[in-house]
Design a protein around this ligand. Structure first.
Ligand SMILES: [Zn+2]
Length: 192
């Protein structure tokens, strides 16, 4: 099996995971969630991709720019509208758009920067080998299929940590409905 990220044949990290399929159904009664366990899958990631992911998380300037540029545009347009529309005698509703853009832009940037810095903090607390393995998993998740038809696919890693989780912990961590948390729990018990 090749690296999920770059197709390199020689891989260093291998992960087993359970697929969770989730379908959101909207009908007259509101929104319902239908969930099922899917296949057991294996992901492999090479050492180079894991190292690159660690580097990008520890020195996140490029990542911050990539995640924030869209909000930067919203912020800039909002600022321009705020300045021009307040000078003219436009409708009051239109005048709200500028400051709203500024607000959405600023809060978006703050949120993304926080997210990137929180990830860096988590990695900084780990040993080098834990860092590489955790980053390889993040890299695998980024490249793993996220859709199957209309279903959203998420993954529960099969490892010592998830195997020792209770149904409530699994449900909370992986957004599972109670029946599926119970089924996942049983699957994880037998997976080891
Ligand atoms: Zn790779």
């Amino acid at each position: 099996m090749a690296c999920l990220n770059c197709n390199e044949a020689r891989t260093e990290y291998s992960f087993d995971a359970l697929e969770v399929h989730t379908l959101h159904v909207r009908d007259f009664g509101g929104e319902r969630v239908i969930q099922a366990l899917g296949e057991r899958v294996t992901f492999e990631v090479c050492g180079a991709c894991a190292s690159e992911e660690v580097r990008a998380s520890l020195f996140p300037a490029v990542r911050v720019l990539r995640k924030c540029w869209g909000f930067g545009v919203v912020l800039a347009v909002g600022a321009v509208l705020s300045l021009t529309l307040t000078l003219s005698d436009e409708m009051i509703a239109l005048r709200v758009i500028g400051p709203l853009g500024v607000f959405v832009g600023v809060s978006g940037i703050v949120g993304r920067v926080r997210e990137v810095l929180a990830r860096r903090k988590v990695l900084e607390a780990m040993s080098e080998s834990e860092r590489l393995r955790d980053s390889a998993w993040v890299c695998a998740l980024r490249n793993a299929p996220k859709k199957f038809g209309d279903n959203d696919i998420t993954y529960i890693p099969i490892n010592s940590q998830t195997m020792s989780m209770t149904e409530a912990e699994l449900s909370d961590r992986y957004n599972l409905i109670p029946a599926i948390a119970s089924l996942a729990r049983k699957n994880l018990w037998t997976a080891g």
